[in-house]
Each structure stands twice: as C-alpha cells, then as structure tokens.
Design a protein around this ligand. Structure first.
Ligand code: ADP
Ligand code: MG
Length: 584
C-alpha cells in the first residue's frame, strides 16, 4: 500500500459531506464510523498484527475524552490544546497499565484488559470530578478562526482528515524498523529477539500506540458530542471495537474502516428493527452481534477485507540505495567465544553437564553428538534463550554469562533456528531486514513522520546484499513462508548475516537441503569464515560436517567426549563407540 490514496481521500472528506440532498443523519453516522475507525486502527496494530487482544480500548477513549472535557470546562483550556493532553493522558494510562499487564500472555492478557475495562468504567462513574454517572456537559466545541465547528458536516471533514492521518501514520509505523518488530510479535517473537529486538518494548509500543489513537478519538468524541458520560467507555463498547476489528479483518488497515462501517450501520439498523420485530426493547443487538461475528468468522476467518479483496497482506519492492550500513561489531579479540564449564539442569535432568570450548574468529566449529546429547540446549545457552545453571560464557573477551537473547545479539551473536522461524506475513527481504534491526536507529516517531526513509533504504539495501550473497536475490519480494523449507533455512542465514555478526550460530543449517544446495551452503560458510567470522554449527549430516568444519566438539550426555579436527574425530574410539556405535 502506498500513500497515493491519501490526497483524493482528503478531498473527499471536504466535499462529500456537502453533497446536495445528503441527509444529515448519514453524515452523523459517518462521523461515528470515523471515530470508531480511529480506535479500531489501533486495534489492528495491537491485536490483529501484534497478537495482543485488548477489550480496554474504550477505556482509553474515556481517558482522552474526560481529559479534554475537564480541561476545557473547568480550566477554560482551548479545545485544540486538549488534543495533546487527551493523547498524553491515554498514552500515559496505557504505559502504566501496560507495565503491569503486558507480562500476561494470550488469553490471560485479554482477561486482564477486561478487568481494567470494568474497573475503569466504575472509576469514571464514581469520581466527583468526572461528574459521576451524569458525566460532564457543556463541553465547548472546536473553533477554527473564531468559527464554531458545530455543523456535523464540518465535523465530518475534521474526522475524515483525522482518519486519513491516522491510517497514513499507522501505515508508516508498520512499514519501518519498529513496525517489523511489531509484526514479528505474533509467532516470530523468538526470531525477533535473536535479531536484537526488545520484545517487551515492542509490545509496549503497540499497546501505547493503540491507546494514543483511542485518546485522539476520545478528544474528537468529547468536542463533537459536547458531553461525556461513562457509558461509551465501558466493556460493551470495548467489545464492539474488537468486533469491528475482527469483522473488518483485524490484520488489515482498510479492515478497520470496513469493520467500523459495518458494525455502526448494523447497530443503527438493529436498534430500529429489533424492537419492532420483537415487540419489546432491550439490548438485543448484543445477541445479533454475536451471531454476526460467528457468521463472519465462518465465511471469512480473517475478516471481510481480505475475503473481499482476496489478497494476503502484500509486500512491495524496495528502492535500493547505494550506501551501506555501518559495520557493527569488529571481530577484534582473538577469542570469539570462550565457554567454560557450562552447565544446565532441567529439574533433576542434566541437559548440559560440563561444556568447555573456544571458538576463534575465522574458525568453523561443529558441535555434534547423538540425539539428546545436549546440543540444542548448548545452543540456547550460547544465544541467551536459556540461562546457564553454572559456568561462564565470554564473547570477544566480555563476560556475557546469562544475558538475554537481544543482549547477545547486541554483543555480536546471530543465529538460525533448527525449526525455521521466519515471520509469516512478511516478504523474504523484510525478514532479512529484521536482522538489521540493531543497525538502525530510527524511533517510532521518526517512522510515523516518514523521516526514516534514508535509513530504511539502507536497511533494505543491506538485506538485498545479504540475499544476493546467499544466492536468493531473486526471491526478495516473495512471501517468506511460501518458500521451500531449504530456502527458508538460507533466508534465516541471510537474516543472521544482516546483523553483521561476529559469531554465527547455525542449528542444523543443512537439514532439508538438496545435495547441490548443501555444497552452495558449504561454500558460503567457508567464505564467511575466511572473512573472519566465527561460525559454530550443530549438524546431523556427517558428510557435510566432516568436509566443512575446521574442528569438531563431540558431546554425549551433556559433556564433551572428544574434540579435534575431522580426521582425528573420525578415528576416535570414544566417538565411534558413543556416536556412531550403532552404525559401526
Ligand atoms: P540434542 O539437541 O543434542 O538432541 P537437547 O539439548 O535438545 O539435545 O536435549 C538434551 C536433554 O535435555 C534431553 O534429554 C532433553 O529431553 C532435555 N531437555 C532439553 N530441553 C529441555 C527442557 N526445556 N526441559 C526439560 N528437559 C529438556
Ligand atoms: Mg537438537
């Protein structure tokens, strides 16, 4: 999606409300749709893309609305100045709530937001300063050059412009370094962490961003309705926003607009028809909405937008800049890795008992051993996924024992995974660009304002270079998960290389590769080692390893039973006994 749509959309926002003969009632409905779409856009980022379900968005709307309502009625603040205040209030509330709640995962987080929604609703309804259940009325309208924005058609223009701005800003955010981090949260968090992404920070970013949008919507709401009370900020409203996101297509920006329009219009019609149909009034819409949700999810599980357009989230080719990213970590020390007496217990089970080895820059070291020997656990210890129970790890002379995965990445470690972890919904080149996360510096705000283009171009140029390096340059714009498994493995290596690592750890890189592909991979790894990179690989394919590695470390039952160059290992009786015993 490019932003070419924005200019005609803005023009429509100015012209459409004044169409002769257009019933004002429709304009009012459109305004409601627009305000909802702003909240729902936040949910697209948070829930549809980031994978965090929130029922509390109406509460953040409340923070925004009440803040500007109080400031403008009690303290006479200019309603326009209420906008930054409303967004700040919603954002700060989200930061505080998020700090407590975002540790929860999946449905526990959803339940957490329900709890917040309920308690904040009671807070709004019980504070004297907020007017209790009556709320605050006589909120001043917005004015432009002394002209009061009380006509719904003028409001429509303001709301329309806000919606366009919000969608553009969100598009920009998602199409950036931090956007890739947010897009990796659902399903790719471990991979993103290995690229140095601070996962907790990415989650918080999505949460606060969604709340900022809700705060903006709350500000619009307060000054256009000119009165606020707790009702629109309760759990029921929160559920409706989520419904809009899901119906429209929670992972798609246009889905926010589509879902809002559908739910607002259906809601309006139902309030008309249901009492006539049932002969009695009551909140029967809730039941109808439940049915609507079930129906939509049956027909279009990803929501209506992708169903209608029949498109997956698409990817777009990137301009390639000439300038390279700065090198990140210089392999200066004469020891890339120094591992001493590393140990890891799982309860009573000793997965790694005593692992010691060193790895020099430019060396290709293979870690081998029978199933259950502790190779994967060692790998996790060295990449910060698992903390050691005892022992030390030095990375280029620096003690990095027990550091987290992003911290290890920061220190110069990059890795691939035994079970490939590419981010679905991102193109091949975007996945590789995720690897360059730490080599960029653009903040989310810079990205939203599109001031990050030069750096983005360089990140993508680096990604393209690495893809060409591993021989997959032609596949850059394909959806990553559409590739054959063997190719996905190679993409992971390109992603690791995009981080400009000093140490490269590869977990079974040859698995699933054809013979010719293995030879290409071996040549690539030799080239990398020759350039000074330290490479540690875990591998099952003995032919591959014996022909490639400078040195092998053989593990069995969590300890090193042999170490040396391939020709020695091949003849080592302990290795033949423990490792090749069954075969020999
Ligand atoms: P390898 O990769 O060499 O096949 P692993 O490191 O995966 O071996 O496993 C070594 C031992 O540790 C195995 O007995 C395995 O069952 C155990 N193990 C690995 N991870 C865990 C875990 N998270 N919890 C409990 N036991 C584990
Ligand atoms: Mg393993």
């Amino acid at each position: 999606m490019t932003l070419r749509w924005a200019i005609p959309a803005l023009a429509l926002c100015v012209v459409l409300p004044w169409l002769p003969g257009l019933p004002l009632f429709w304009v009012t409905l459109a305004n409601l749709i627009g305000i909802s779409a702003i909240v729902v856009t936040g949910l697209v980022v948070l829930t549809g893309i980031g994978g965090m379900t929130s029922f509390a968005q109406a509460s953040f709307l409340g923070f925004g609305a009440y803040t500007t309502a109080i400031l403008s009625t009690r303290y006479g603040l200019n309603p326009w100045l209420g906008l930054p205040a409303a967004m700040a209030a919603a954002g700060l509330a989200a930061a505080a709530i998020g700090a407590i709640t975002l540790r929860l995962k999946a449905h526990y987080l959803a339940l957490g937001t329900i709890a917040w929604s309920v308690s904040l609703f009671f807070l709004f309804g019980n504070l004297d300063i907020l007017g209790r259940n009556d709320g605050i009325s006589a909120i001043p309208p917005l004015t432009i050059a002394g002209f009061r924005l009380v006509d719904v058609r003028l409001s429509a223009t303001l709301i329309g412009v806000s919606v366009v701005g919000v969608i553009a800003a969100t598009h920009n955010l998602l199409d950036s370094r931090w956007g890739r981090a947010i897009r990796a949260l659902r399903g790719g968090a471990m991979a993103a962490a290995s690229c140095g992404v601070d996962i907790a920070r990415a989650r918080m970013l999505a949460f606060v961003y969604a709340a900022l949008l809700a705060g903006l919507a709350g500000w619009l709401f307060a000054h256009l309705q000119r009165a606020v009370n707790p009702t629109p900020f309760g759990l029921y409203a929160g559920i409706q926003y989520l419904l809009m996101a899901v119906v429209g297509g929670a992972a798609y920006l246009p889905g926010a607009l589509l879902g809002s329009a559908l739910v607002v219009i259906v809601n309006d019609r139902l309030q008309d028809w249901l009492p006539k149909l049932l002969g009695t009034s009551g909140n029967f819409e809730i039941i109808a909405f439940g049915l609507l949700l079930v129906l939509v999810l049956q027909v279009a599980p990803e929501g209506l937008w992708p169903h209608i357009t029949r498109r997956r989230r698409h990817t777009h080719p990137r301009p390639i800049a000439a300038m390279a990213l700065p090198k990140r970590v210089a392999a200066q020390a004469n020891r890339a890795f120094e591992v001493a007496n590393l140990r890891r217990n799982f309860g009573g089970l000793v997965a790694v008992a005593d692992l010691s080895f060193t790895l020099a820059p430019g060396e290709l070291l293979a870690l081998i051993g029978p199933n259950g020997a502790g190779k994967s656990t060692s790998f996790n210890l060295l990449t910060g996924v698992t903390r050691p129970s005892a022992g030390t790890v030095h990375l280029m002379g620096r003690d990095v024992t027990g550091l987290s995965a992003p911290a290890m990445a920061e220190g110069g470690v990059a890795r691939s995974f035994q079970h490939v972890k590419l981010v679905a919904g991102m193109s091949v080149i975007e996945n590789v660009a995720l690897g360059a996360h730490l080599r960029g510096h653009a903040s989310p705000l810079r990205s939203i304002l599109r001031l990050d283009r030069a750096e983005e171009a360089r990140q993508f140029a680096e990604a393209a270079t690495q893809l060409a390096h591993v021989g997959l340059g032609d596949l850059a714009d394909r959806p990553a998960t559409s590739l054959a498994l063997g190719q996905q493995r190679i993409v992971e290596i390109a992603r690791a290389l995009a981080a400009d690592p000093a140490v490269l750890l590869l977990d079974e890189p040859a698995a699933g590769l054809r013979h010719a592909e293995k030879q290409v991979l071996a040549a690539l790894l030799r080239r990398l080692a020759a350039s000074g990179m330290a490479i540690l690989l875990v591998e099952h394919d003995m032919d591959f390893v014996m022909n490639l590695a400078d040195r092998l470390v053989v593990m069995d039952f969590g300890t090193v039973i042999a170490e040396g160059p391939p020709e020695q290992i091949r003849q080592n009786p302990a290795v033949i006994e423990a490792y090749l015993g069954g075969v020999a």
